[in-house]
Design a protein around this ligand. Structure first.
Ligand code: NAD
Length: 248
């Protein structure tokens, strides 16, 4: 129960991947949690399931690309729990097209979901964290922010690299308030949704590139996040840490 008394928001946490895995891990360590996602039914179901297991949880529908929805979500979290100790910016999306065929809409959607959404959520929680003189923020980037890609995912790579630089800026600005801000760069973390949309051969090709020979689990990503947001991570800030089985 390393997070007893703490309040955590995890964006995009009603899916099948890293977001919900992290939310469950934080709740198991005693944090009160805010389940927030664009998907209304799943948001409600995940919050109810946590409550039925004895955890303190609320569900708030929120699209991180909407400033209004983000501000409303943070207000609801503060109204319910009175403080915000932990923010995990997990929301991300990808659109795959060669750069010369990339539409403005796809570019904006990917940059807004990954990078601007991270900015909106951080801007919205910082007043409470500064007032408390305490906060822990973890942004989910990707090793694609370092490696780039020839698979038509330039805005995704640019957004994830942007998250790394933004992480460092927020960390430097807020260090004096005992707020730490770090990013995690996962490699490949399969989940039932990804397994449905990617052909088996593509998944096997990815696994061959990973030195450990397999994708990671949401729990393995959550373990690194837990370390960063708990007392053990108190002196680490501004960093991007790969959790990728050695893949870059
Ligand atoms: N899965 C991987 O292999 C992998 C690898 C590297 C980085 N990442 C990053 O990890 C994060 C989590 O990815 P995941 O694949 O584990 O899925 P996930 O289950 O954590 O997230 C999917 C959820 O995101 C929600 N969502 C989508 N757009 C949203 C928005 N605008 N606002 C709020 N919620 C939104 C969806 O409704 C869905 O429930 C993403 O940022 C992704 O880019 C994933």
């Amino acid at each position: 129960m390393r997070l007893e008394g703490k309040v955590a928001i995890v964006t995009a946490s009603a899916g099948a991947g890293i977001g919900q895995g992290t939310l469950q891990a934080l709740a198991k360590e005693g944090a009160s949690v805010v389940v927030t996602d664009t998907h209304e039914r799943r948001t409600g179901e995940v919050a109810e399931a946590l409550k039925s297991e004895g955890h303190k949880a609320i569900g708030v529908v929120c699209d991180v690309t909407s400033r209004e929805q983000v501000e409303n979500m943070v207000k609801k979290a503060l109204d319910e729990f009175g403080r915000i100790d932990i923010l995990v910016n997990n929301a991300g999306t990808n659109r795959m097209n060669p750069i010369h065929e990339m539409s403005d809409e796809d570019w904006d959607l990917v940059i807004d979901t990954n990078l601007k959404g991270t900015f909106y959520c951080i801007r919205a929680v910082l007043p409470a964290m500064i007032e408390q003189n305490h906060g822990r923020i973890v942004n989910i980037s990707s090793i694609a922010g370092w490696s780039g890609s020839n698979q038509g995912e330039a805005p995704y790579c640019a957004a994830k690299a942007g998250i790394m630089a933004f992480t460092r800026c927020v960390a430097l600005e807020t260090a004096k308030y005992d707020i730490t801000v770090n990013a995690i760069a996962p490699g490949f973390v399969p989940n039932p949704f990804l397994l449905k949309i990617y052909p088996q051969e593509a998944l096997e090709a990815i696994e061959r590139m990973i030195p450990k020979g397999r994708g990671g689990t949401p729990q393995e990503i959550a373990n690194a996040i837990l370390f960063l947001v708990s007392e053990e991570g108190s002196y680490i800030t501004g960093e991007t840490i790969a959790v990728s089985g050695g893949w870059r």
